[in-house]
Design a protein around this ligand. Sequence first.
Ligand SMILES: [Zn+2]
Length: 309
Amino acid sequence: MIRLLASLGLILALSSCQTDSDRSGDAGPALTAAAVSTQNANDSRVAKTLFGGVALPSAQPSQAVGFYSRGCQAGAEQLPETGPTWQAMRLSRNRNWGQPVLVDYLQDLSRFAATQPGWAGLYIGDMAQPRGGPMLTGHASHQVGLDADIWMLPPARLDLTREERENLSSIRTDRNSGAYINSAWTPQHMAIMRQAASDPRVDRIFVFAGAKVAMCNAATGDRSWLRKIRPWYGHNYHFHVRLSCPPGDGACETQDPIPPGDGCAAAQEWVNNIINPPPPDPNYVAPPPRPELTMARLPAQCLDVLNSN
Ligand SMILES: [Zn+2]
């Protein structure tokens, strides 16, 4: 599996965050029987077109609905475009929406980041659409308001104009296709990721394999936080934080637990496969393209979210 993924990674590494659902991709838990029974199984409308066209959140109690790569969000909250220790980037995308727990988490993490030398706070990339759901461009996940991308670029200032936030680019922190960190990586990146992963609200964090190995090698003292740092393709210009389902959110589907241990040996193996790719599997058959997510394939509740005021 790792061998196959490693060779695929050469292609996918270019596509940034589009493949960041951590091997689960579309393999989220099956819809519950209850959900299916109330769903219109013939609703073949393309979900990304509908959710991608809604400008405001639903006036409903906050809820993450479904799985990270197959769901939506009710009652989302907007991360203010600028705060004392953060700025939301690429405002034209209107993706600075999330569940209240995500907005709180990002503000807390940005306050920590602002204590780091060279960091005025955080530049926050994509979170989710106002009602979540699949997007017209990019991202298999980011559908339920619990995922966020955080730029690797240390913010020098937090008074960027809207236009600057469209045009400024993040920086890459890897070399050799994700096998190693480069000279743009700093101890502050590690301190921020350690803080990010130590927060009990976090389920897992995605970053390129070379960064995980570098942190495995540099970590001293408590290493338990490393477990939540997961190697994945891309994630060299940003890292991706995924929160756990909020307590009491019965519509939110949890992801399979991370294997025990710090995951450092697996990350090293991933790196080894980048540096020295195994021969291609002669029996490899490319998987069929992932079918478009229709409304019928989303949890039934997402239709209510879409139609709500
Ligand atoms: Zn992401």
